[in-house]
Write a protein that binds this ligand. Structure first.
Ligand SMILES: [Zn+2]
Length: 475
């Protein structure tokens, strides 16, 4: 166990003692009258009840709940209960991106603003997200986040983190073996679980990053571009993110040469170009797919990231993303728009038309991954939860993945990918009491996932509306 998590465990056990001393951990609440949905087994239980004792689920059943004086009873008739959701790509500690030019070389840095992180946490929880995997963020801010959540000073999902992303131009980019060693030690000591290896690293740097991270007990997650997913898996990568395996290595001639030629202009058009040129039945793609399955590599596709890039021309009308939830801070939202606008520099109407046209092919990639048995999970590439979480689930359903299965990827499937299946991800006796009560049935319409009535985290219940009001009031 590393230093950070040792402190977290110590805090948690101290807190447990205090709560036990007050009798809080003995408090029992019975939720009853709702419909329980179990994505792991694809079963529906009508008139269900859950007995929550302290921070655990003590009993699960249906019909008349057990009676006990001194227990609290909450009638949840008309609601649908699911295990607390997982967002496996939530940059909960992200802030505005700042570009600084030093000696003529631009460097990038994400600003650390506590207020934004606290707000992100409340919004994520309001959307029923009780656990996140943060796939990159300021390691110190991440450690601070964990301390705030553990102490109860902030309300929000429990998190596992990757630290500062490692890429040329970013402040924690290691330039040699010694710097890799130092950076991995620093991130590990701050309690990080993953090392984030980014698209600008060379194959040699990626190999060194994977090796050094593993030597420090860190798992590796990568967003890649030039280096193919296949090559990264040969090098031992643990997890991959974004439906953007945009390496030329995965294309066949003459498309490979055409693609490489188009990459000479440094813009974001490659994000749709690659999908125009890829053949899912070709040997390089099929080989990658087989390897993803054989090596059990966990992938979160963040389909919404493709959609936002391809349909950026419609961001304020047809798409209607309530950006104020995603980026509540006006300056932060402005910053995000600025970055997106810059990446679309030079896009013509024809580029947008072509980008729109590849979205079905992106969804087909998701379907093919799922059908082949790739270990997927639901991640938003946002700040945690928010309408983006609902959209990401909807895009997976639109891809042709059954709703039950999509709900599983957001609950027990994600828990398994993150190695937490013994504690979270199912509503069963002995599990952490992380529960979402929805007002509508997500099997009928997956967008009902966004209609949260109440979220229970570690046995404590919060009305979604109150969390949103709290998030907005605190700003
Ligand atoms: Zn991301």
């Amino acid at each position: 166990m590393n230093h950070g998590s040792r402190i977290a465990t110590l805090l948690a056990s101290l807190l447990g003692l205090l709560l036990a001393a007050n009798g809080w951990s003995q408090e029992t609440t019975v939720y009853h009258g709702f419909t329980r949905l179990d994505p792991e087994n694809a079963t529906v239980t009508e008139d269900a009840f859950l007995v929550v004792q302290g921070d655990r689920i003590a009993r699960v059943g249906s019909g008349t709940p057990p009676r006990n004086t001194g227990w609290s009873y909450v009638d949840m008739s008309g609601r649908y209960a699911l295990p607390g959701f997982f967002d496996t790509h939530a940059h909960i500690t992200i802030g505005p991106l700042r570009v600084e030019v030093k000696d003529g070389i631009p460097t990038f840095r994400f600003e650390v603003i506590d207020d934004i992180h606290r707000h992100n946490a409340l919004i994520a929880l309001a959307y029923g997200v009780t656990t996140i995997r943060n796939p990159a963020g300021d390691a110190e801010a991440n450690a601070h986040y964990d301390a705030m959540i553990a102490s109860g000073a902030w309300l929000g999902p429990q998190a596992v983190h990757a630290g500062d992303l490692m890429n040329p131009g970013f402040p924690h980019y290691p330039r040699n073996a010694e710097e890799w060693e130092r950076e991995m030690t620093r991130q590990r000591d701050l309690g990080m679980t993953y090392a984030k290896l980014y698209s600008g690293l060379t194959e040699q740097e990626l190999a060194r990053g994977i090796e050094t991270a593993h030597a420090h007990g860190l798992k590796t997650i990568a967003h890649l571009d030039g280096v193919s997913w296949t090559r990264a898996m040969e090098l031992g990568i643990d997890e991959l993110t974004h439906a953007l395996p945009t390496s030329a290595e995965l294309l066949v001639e003459p498309n490979r040469t055409a693609y490489l030629e188009s990459r000479k202009s440094p813009d974001a058009k490659y994000m749709y170009r690659w999908f125009e040129l890829v053949d899912y039945d070709s040997a390089p793609f099929q080989n990658m797919l087989r390897m993803l399955v054989d090596k059990r590599v966990h992938v979160d596709l963040t389909l919404i990231a493709n959609e936002i890039v391809y349909f950026y021309d419609q961001i304020d009308n047809e798409l209607k993303y309530p950006l104020e939830h995603m980026y509540p801070d006006p300056a932060f939202q402005g910053n995000w728009r600025q970055g997106m606008t810059a990446s679309h520099f030079g896009w013509t109407e024809d580029d947008y038309r072509r980008a729109h046209a590849v979205m079905p092919k992106v969804l087909e990639l998701a379907k093919r991954f799922h059908d082949a048995g790739v270990r997927l999970s639901i991640g938003t590439d946002g700040t945690g939860g928010s309408p983006n979480f609902v959209r990401e689930l909807a895009l997976h359903v639109q891809a042709g993945i059954p709703a039950w299965e999509v709900l599983r990827l957001a609950t027990s499937g994600a828990a398994e990918r993150l190695g937490m299946e013994d504690q979270r991800g199912t509503l069963a006796r002995g599990m952490e009491a992380d529960i979402v009560f929805l007002n509508g049935n997500p099997l009928e319409n997956v967008e009902n996932v966004g209609d949260v009535d109440t979220v229970v985290q570690n046995g404590r219940a919060y009305r979604a509306q109150e969390l949103i009001e709290l998030a907005n009031a605190e700003r």
